[in-house]
Every structure is written in C-alpha cells, then in structure tokens.
Design a protein around this ligand. Structure first.
Ligand SMILES: Nc1ncnc2c1ncn2[C@@H]1O[C@H](COP(=O)(O)OP(=O)(O)OP(=O)(O)O)[C@@H](O)[C@H]1O
Length: 457
C-alpha cells in the first residue's frame, strides 16, 4: 500500500509508546515525528506543519486528571487550527476524552491501542486537516480573485504592424513558462497584455493574480506577497495567504516593479531564486509554482546603471521582454480604438446614436496622448457624457481645438481674433501651462495674463 502524505506528530512521555507508535505509523504515513515532552511542541510547530497530533493526556508520573493534555490541546489549536488533535487516554478515562472533544480535539483513542482503530482514526484526522487547509486556500484565492474581477477587461485592439508583432510575441511566449517583462508608458495596455499571456498559456484554467507594487506599502510588502501567520504583528488577526501562494498553479502579475525599493528587491529575488515563500512569523518554507509576469513604465536598464535596480533581479524577470508602443507611435489604431470605446460608452450612457465624425478622428490622431489608451478611453467617456448632439465635436474633447476656430484661421484675418486663436491654441498645446505658452508666443507672463483676461480665456 502506498504511504499516505500526512504528517503525524506523536507526543507521549512514555518512550515505549512513542517507539511502538512510530514503528506502526511509519508503515502508513510519509512523515512521523515523536516527542517525549510536550514542552517541545511549539518548537516542532515552528519547524513544520502537522496534519495530526496524537497527544497523551497526562505527562507526570501518577497524574490522571488529564489537565496537562487539555492545556496542550489548546496550545496546539492556537499554533495551527488546521491540525487535527487526537487524544490518547487510558482505559476508563473516557469522560475526560469527551470533554477534550468539546475543547477542540477531533477524536480519541484508548490505550492499549487496537491498531486498526488507531490507523483509521489517524487517517480520518489527516483527511480533515487537509480538507480544512484546502478550503482555506480556496477561500483566500476567491477573495483575491473577486477583487480582481471588478475590472472588465476588453479584448485588445491593434491593427498596426507594431501591435501585430506584439501579439505574435505574446502567443509565442505564452506557450512557455518563461518570465515576461512588459515595458511601456502608462496606459499602453501592459496589464491587458499580461492577461493575454495568461489566457493563451497552459495555466489559463488557473488563477491570474495581479499586484500593484506601487500601491503596496514598504511595511506590508512581505505580508501582502508572502502571507503571514496569526499574531506575527499587531494587525495579524488570522493566518493569511500571500499573493504568491494564492497564485500558485497560475500567473502572478507584478505591476510597477520599477517602484520597489532595493531592500524589497532583495526579498523578491530570494523568493524567485528559491521558488518558495516563508510567511511572516513562520519559518516553514512553502513551495510555489507560478508564471511570473512583471510590468513597468520605468527604464530598468538605466536604473541598473544608476544602482537603483538590481541587475540580478532584472535578469530573472526579463527572460522575454515585450515593449508596448506609445499610442502616438501607432496612431493608425486610433480610429478603431475610438470606435471601440464609443460603442462601450454609448451603451453605458444610453446614447446609441452618437458618431465620431471623420474630422474629429483626424484630430484625435494628431494629438500626443501622454496618457495613451487610458487617456483616449477617458476622453471618449467624457465626450459621450458631455455631448448633446448626434455627432461628437472637437469641443467635446477638452484638449482639442474647436472646429470653428480652426476655420477662422484661414478665413478671418481680424487681428484680435487671430491673437485670441493663437493664445488659446498655445495654452492647449502646453496643457494650460501659462509660462510655456507665453514663451512660445513671445510674451511675458504679465502680458499673457492681461490678454487671457481680455479674451475671457
Ligand atoms: N489595445 C487595447 N485595446 C483595448 N483597450 C485597451 C488597449 N490597451 C489598453 N486598453 C485599455 O486602456 C486602459 C489601460 O490599460 P492597462 O491598464 O492595461 O495599461 P497599463 O499599461 O497597465 O497602465 P499603467 O502603466 O498605468 O498600469 C484599460 O482600460 C485597457 O482596457
């Protein structure tokens, strides 16, 4: 018969009992440890996890009250509530054993043991402990997942050659388990690409866990990523699974990796090298099996040269690097993206008839989009909300010049109108920065302000 995976701890001050139980249990279970003093229990739990503890009820010669057993039962439950404690009682002490069950033991066995009964009780205890752990793990995964599901992720749009190349790379790397580093300015779709890698990989049926490292405080980093044990620090009210453990079997997405301080980079590197985490407050390593995808808008190579990012960490995370282009570098995709977002927001705000005229699309294509696709998405949403016609106008987009003004440029040579037009456009170009706009117009800040007041700008 194949041995069961359970880990068993036997605690009895009688060496004859521990020896005979070890010999019996080792035939059926992968790991059996014995202790002849209960005082060693906390130390044993600090080293490893046990599924079952077989605990004697009395530890002093002549003692029969069972008080020591109850005390240690409570201690074990405190150390690990998932462990099944089975008490060993002398014949005739069944009342005491019943009390112990009320206090949290899962069962009891009466000395001298009947091997069959003992083995089936220990097997049931193991199964109970393992299913408790599985439920807990699933619950933590579910909590993390449901917060991640709040976002709706649209399909990726991009007909440009440069995006087609990105999609091809994603398809290729997704088949492997290689670590992927996604580079690109804010809002270029890095998270969307990370999800695409996951969806096209063999891990697609497992979880995708995303962590914004820019939003994780220095103090909570370890607990958030590696988990903690109850009582590890003041706010640790119960055991907590970290993101690495929760992502096990699936993909872990670490966004804004360039924001990590050097000490935290060292901690992350150690976990990636050893492929195991240790929860805060524990010293039991837990093996992890994840596909790692990282992203940043920072220039990590430059940071390595400046000494603010570890070279060894960069090597580890960028087996494959995917560079996402800025939206202005692929403005042929803007009409498609604008259509895509228009459809979403027309539906959301119940304005099904809205259209984006060709001339507005052209202007959208000329704009620089410092916030990339996210900025385009927000611009479309705002325009749909503001619009009260059938066609979106340039004026529905705060950053675009009004169409009427554009025509005046060629048809109206009134100097005052031209001046107003120039000032307004310079302000738009410099995103409202008066000093920069004034410099471009060759005006002092004072005369710029006077003119802005004059034209009501
Ligand atoms: N190619 C695309 N097709 C459709 N939507 C896109 C595309 N790229 C980005 N988006 C949308 O733009 C928004 C920003 O994308 P995402 O969050 O993936 O960018 P990011 O690069 O991870 O941003 P940040 O650097 O700020 O974390 C999202 O709402 C996403 O759905």
């Amino acid at each position: 018969m194949a041995k069961q995976t359970g880990k068993i701890l036997v605690v009895d001050d009688d060496q004859y009992v521990t020896l005979s139980l070890r010999m019996l249990l080792e035939q059926y279970f992968k790991k059996v440890e014995v202790l002849n003093s209960p005082k060693l229990i906390p130390e044993a739990f600090a080293q490893q996890v046990f599924d079952v503890v077989l605990l004697d009820m009395n530890f002093s010669p002549g003692e029969t009250s069972g008080k020591a057993g109850i005390k240690w039962l409570e201690k074990i439950i405190e150390l690990d509530p998932n462990t099944s404690v089975i008490l060993m009682t002398a014949y005739g002490a069944v009342d005491m054993a019943v009390q112990a069950i009320k206090d949290g033991a899962v069962d009891f066995v009466v000395k001298p043991f009947q091997n069959e009964k003992l083995l089936s009780t220990v097997t049931a205890g193991c199964q109970l402990s393992q299913s408790k752990k599985a439920v807990k793990h699933l619950r933590s995964q579910k909590d993390i997942l449901s917060s991640a599901m709040d976002h709706q992720y649209a399909n990726m749009i991009g007909r440009s050659a440069i995006m087609q190349e990105v999609f091809q790379t994603v398809e290729k790397v997704a088949q492997t388990d290689a670590n992927v580093l996604i580079l690109g300015e804010n809002g270029t779709g890095k998270e969307l690409i990370a999800r695409a890698v996951h969806r096209s990989s063999a891990r697609a049926g497992e979880v995708f866990i995303s962590v914004d490292l820019g939003a994780v405080s220095e103090t909570l980093f370890e607990s958030e990523l590696f988990g903690h044990k109850k009582g590890a620090f003041t706010d640790a009210k119960e055991d907590r699974v970290g993101r690495f453990e929760a992502a096990s079997g699936g993909t872990l997405f670490l966004d804004e990796i360039g924001n990590l301080s050097l000490p935290l980079q060292a901690k992350l590197l150690a976990v990636l090298q050893n492929r195991q985490v240790v929860r805060v407050g524990s010293n039991q390593p837990i093996a992890i099996d994840i596909r790692l995808v990282c992203a940043t808008n920072m220039n990590l190579t430059k940071m390595v040269k400046e000494g603010t990012f570890r070279q060894d960490l960069l090597y580890r995370i960028n087996t494959i690097a995917v560079q996402l282009p800025a939206l202005r570098e692929r403005n042929e995709d803007i009409p498609l993206l604008a259509e895509h977002f228009l459809k979403i927001y027309c539906k959301k705000y119940q304005k099904p008839e809205l259209r984006v005229p060709e001339y507005v699309v052209k202007k959208l294509q000329k704009y620089q989009w410092p916030g990339n696709v996210r900025e385009l998405q927000h611009a479309l949403e705002r325009a749909v909300i503001l619009s009260d016609g059938v066609h979106l106008k340039s004026s529905d987009f705060q950053f675009l010049t009004d169409d009427v003004e554009e025509e005046r440029k060629v048809e109206n040579y009134n100097l005052e109108d031209l001046e107003k037009w120039a000032i307004k456009n310079a302000l738009v170009k410099h995103k409202g920065n008066v000093s920069h706009a004034a410099k471009e117009l060759g005006l002092t800040r004072g005369s710029m302000y006077r003119r802005m007041e004059k034209y009501g700008l």
